[in-house]
Design a protein around this ligand. Structure first.
Ligand code: FAD
Length: 405
């Protein structure tokens, strides 16, 4: 809905932007999209098959990293900056904040050009970043063994976001702002004359809207086999939590930052932000995974690799008990960039996904982008468009996205 001023004050323009919008998927992308649309005056119905941040979704589980180093790609660092503002707005007055600041420590085993390329962008956008000499790092973080590390960088404004809990908070903000939320699986009605005719829900009801946003994470390819298909490729990812010594402060935020061990394999970890243990994950892409029926039992091999990294890097925890594990999936695009674009055959449909293991932090800015595409005809950045995916791309990692050159 567009309001204009002047003689025709507050009349609706002859060609109004879509007003009733159905968002399918209440993960990080869909939830924030729904909220951004409500803030721009739209009527919103948000639908999810299993609920916001459910355990099958890519936004489920305990925590996600928010950091601003994105190599030379300023678009992402700008989105992180805006997302920080929106996460803080959501957290205002929250006695149990969704964001816990820890900083992120980058431990580079060899080349640190990815971090170096980001440094001027961070400084320009007001994010503090410092390189720490190895001896000083060892002194500052005695719980870490820096052997094999060539360079250490710290970005101070970074931390852990609660994952499932944030999705629920966003859904609650959606309903508080007047949006409707429904737990149901949505099925597409036919696309005719370049427009989607609606979605059908499990209970047989239909939702008809002026526009539809599909933010279905790892399911996006199945819903849109022709337009997305394998361009969203879900991979199996394991996450482990190890128990720290009783009463120890060394693995808590304040003493331990989020850390990234940047070598042939990339491991990363989050300090014990919520009493769940020392989190460690291997960012290497796992096998292809079915988000609905895939087996979520952690593997012995994966646990052994995590243990080996802990023994090397955090020797005090070498024999720590594993207290929890989760199997999640990344919803990878071919080049690691997000996918945010209009459906090429349905003018009233936007597709938002391809978080590729790094999308959570960005979700508030993604929601704003999608909302602006609908109400203000904003165009997505070229690297988010479907048209870029005509070329063949290489797989990527969460921390070092390589684009089609
Ligand atoms: C282990 C792990 C670690 C990660 N670490 C980080 C990190 O540290 N930092 C970071 O920024 N990002 C990280 N990510 C990536 C990030 O979490 C995801 O990119 C992001 O959460 C994707 O959100 P989404 O809304 O696109 O997808 P999802 O969260 O999967 O949401 C899609 C939703 O759509 C619903 N749905 C699907 N089909 C239908 C249908 N037909 N009808 C109705 N509903 C439907 C699903 O139930 C689901 O809730 C990580 C991901 C994983 C798995």
């Amino acid at each position: 809905m567009t309001l204009v001023h002047g003689s025709d004050a507050f009349a609706i323009t002859p060609n109004p932007a879509p007003h009733r919008i159905c968002v399918i998927g209440a993960g990080a992308f869909g939830g924030w999209t729904a909220l951004a649309l409500l803030r721009r005056g739209a009527q919103v119905t948000l639908v999810d098959a299993w609920g916001p941040g459910n355990a099958r979704s890519s936004s489920g589980g305990e925590t996600r990293v928010i950091r601003s180093i994105y190599g030379p790609d300023r678009v992402y660092t700008e989105m992180v900056k805006r997302s920080f503002e929106l996460w803080a707005q959501l957290d205002a007055g929250n006695p149990d904040p969704l964001y816990v600041e820890t900083g992120t420590l980058w431990m580079n085993r060899s080349d640190d050009s990815y971090v170096r390329a980001a440094a001027p962008i961070l400084r320009d956008l007001g994010f503090p970043i410092e390189q720490i000499e190895l001896a000083a790092a060892a002194k500052r973080y005695p719980q870490i063994d820096f052997r094999g590390v060539q360079s250490v960088w710290l970005e101070a404004k970074a931390g852990a976001l609660s994952a499932a809990r944030a999705c629920i908070a966003v859904r609650n903000a959606v309903t508080k702002a007047g949006g409707t939320y429904r737990t149901a699986r949505a099925e597409l009605q036919p696309i005719a004359n370049g427009r989607l005719g609606g979605v059908r829900l499990d209970d047989g009801s239909r939702v008809e809207a002026d526009a539809y946003v599909f933010a279905c994470g790892p399911w996006l390819g199945k819903l849109f086999p022709d337009v997305i298909g394998d361009r969203v490729h879900p991979t199996r990812q394991e996450v482990y939590y190890f128990g720290t010594p009783p009463g120890s402060q060394r693995y808590l935020p304040g003493q331990l930052p989020i850390w990234i061990d940047f070598g042939e394999r990339i491991f990363y970890g989050i300090p014990d932000a919520h009493g769940r243990g020392f989190k460690i994950a291997d960012d290497t892409r796992g096998e292809a995974f079915d988000p609905t029926d895939g087996d979520r039992t952690p593997t012995k091999e994966g646990i052994a690799r995590a243990r080996a990294l802990i023994a090397e890097r955090f020797p005090e925890l070498a024999k720590a008990p594993m207290i929890e594990a989760q199997v999640c999936q990344y919803e990878n695009s071919p080049d690691g960039n997000l996918i945010v674009d209009h459906h090429p055959g349905a003018a009233n449909v936007i597709l938002a996904g391809g978080g590729s293991g790094h999308g959570f932090k960005l979700s508030p800015a993604v929601g704003e982008l999608v909302a602006e595409m609908l109400v203000a005809a904003k165009e997505p950045p070229p690297q988010f468009r479907l048209s870029r995916l005509k070329e063949e791309a290489k797989p990527t990692t969460q921390f070092e996205r390589k684009r089609v050159s």
